[in-house]
Design a protein around this ligand. Sequence first.
Ligand SMILES: [Mg+2]
Length: 200
Amino acid sequence: MDIVCLDMEGVLVPEIWIAFSKASGIPELSRTTRDEPDYNKLMNWRLGILKEHGLGLDEIQKTIATIDPLPGAREFLDKLRDKTQVIIISDTFTQFAKPLMVKLGMPTLFCNTLEVAPDGEITGFKMRIPDSKLSTVKALQAIGFHTIASGDSYNDLGMIRASKAGFLFKSTDKIKADNPDLPAFEEFDDLYEAIVAALD
Ligand SMILES: [Mg+2]
């Protein structure tokens, strides 16, 4: 049985922190793993900035609610979920992704969780498992699924390469050039066709 594993940010929705940085008017928050490769360090730094600006989960979710999925993402997902099972695997946090998942028709999302105090302050975060995309794909395979994966970034390459079919989507020129054997698409229709062709 097939299951499609999709990255979220950069594929279905814009990069949340970059979009949130613009929506909230806090430019420092556009810093990403390209600037600070240590994810824990980066997240703790981001939480510090949010606290400094007095932003709790409510305010953040309200701002994230103003961000829209990428054009065509909802239609693509609806069509794909009509055809097969789909899981979105992301390094983001359930509470941040929620407003965007509502706009995408509440697809299944495997990601991480924020620790939130009763007054709404974000006090920490919990990562579900190390190397979550590859670990999840391997676990799905261990219970009898054939995975088909797609993503845009370095942290997607593991699940893409471990799957029976894998595709880069809206990726960078550098990643495409470094992985010339991986089919790369820019349009949802092309990705949909490739996934459907790979189904059992
Ligand atoms: Mg991504």
